[in-house]
Write a protein that binds this ligand. Structure first.
Ligand code: NAP
Length: 284
């Protein structure tokens, strides 16, 4: 069997067009969703991510602000900026680009963001709401994966999903979102014994380990759905965690890297910011 490839890039374009129309309607009613992104330091990868986020928000018509601060920015300065943004009505979403320099205590920064503006979904209030099955801002990459599965009409209820990776950013929240949708979820990580034993049983495998070529056709059963979250650079080329060519011959659905999960992440950030604006104005 040859898998159907789920192109997140195409889905993202479709969703962003819909969002553009929604932002136009909101603006007609005097509401302009606003996202502020804070970048500390000059890491080229982070800079490219935040520029991408800024460009995408401008394209759908949102207000987008990028605050670039030097590597030497102190914890107190960053906290004071976040407090200012928390009190700024024009700012609906605040995103602090991670990772932060070593001298900054990341968790304190995440917790300083007002939960109603936590469009990254990392604040403990957002995480707790997700855990307890309440509506909240879902972290963007896991949320993007859920939307991809839904749009491909892959029903997760009752399915056995194996998630490889247990980070707060991807693995844990995507497993929780799947559990909330009645999937049976197994988490694997670097200490898991016999990864292949688990993945072979999965109807759906979500791979978020950051290890190129970790999953091959040997790891999956016939007609499994394989979602590749990994982003690795091998010999200057972007590649996922899945050996795409071999797995494609066995899976029923597969996501590529690039053009797979990646473009959905920014799309869900835009979605969360629009949602924040609508919530603030009592529209939802
Ligand atoms: P992370 O914080 O480094 O977590 C990686 C997870 O994978 C950890 O839980 C680790 O286990 C597990 N792991 C590592 N090697 C493994 C192995 N050989 N077998 C089984 N599990 C293994 O990374 P992350 O932030 O979750 O990101 C994961 C990948 O997704 C990265 O490549 C990242 O670049 C990519 N990513 C992509 C997007 C996107 O938009 N496309 C967004 C976010 C992240 P331990 O917990 O035991 O260490």
């Amino acid at each position: 069997m040859t898998a159907t490839v789920i192109y997140g890039k195409d889905l993202a374009a479709e969703l962003r067009n819909e969002m553009k129309e929604e932002v136009t309607r909101l603006k007609e009613n005097g509401i302009t969703p606003g996202l502020t992104v804070i970048l500390i330091g000059e890491d080229p990868a982070s800079l490219s991510y935040v520029r991408g986020k800024q460009k995408a928000s401008e394209k759908v018509g949102m207000e987008s602000d990028l605050i670039e601060l030097p590597e030497s920015t102190s914890q107190a300065e960053l906290l004071s900026l976040i407090s200012e943004l928390n009190n700024d009505d024009k700012v609906n979403g605040i995103l602090v680009q991670l990772p932060l320099p070593d001298h900054i205590e990341e968790q304190e920064i995440i917790e300083a963001i007002e939960p109603s503006k936590d469009v990254d979904g990392f604040h403990p209030v957002s995480v707790g709401r997700l855990m307890t099955g309440q509506d909240t801002f879902f972290p963007c990459t896991p949320y993007g994966i859920m939307v991809m599965l839904e749009k491909a009409k892959i029903d997760v209820a009752g399915k056995h999903v194996v998630v490889i990776g247990r980070s707060n950013l991807v693995g844990k929240p995507v497993g929780q979102l799947l559990l909330n949708e009645n999937a049976t979820v197994t988490y694997c990580h670097s200490k898991t014994r016999e990864l292949v034993y688990h993945t072979k049983q999965a109807d759906i495998v979500i791979v978020a380990a950051g290890k190129a070529g970790l999953i091959t056709d040997e790891h999956i059963k016939e007609e499994a759905v394989v979602i590749d979250v990994g982003v690795n650079r091998v010999d200057g080329k972007l590649t996922g965690d899945v050996d795409f060519d071999s797995v494609k011959q066995k899976a029923s659905y597969i996501t590529p890297v690039p053009k797979g999960v990646g473009p959905m992440t920014i799309t869900m950030l835009l979605y969360n910011t629009i949602k924040a604006a609508k919530k603030t104005h009592g529209l939802i």
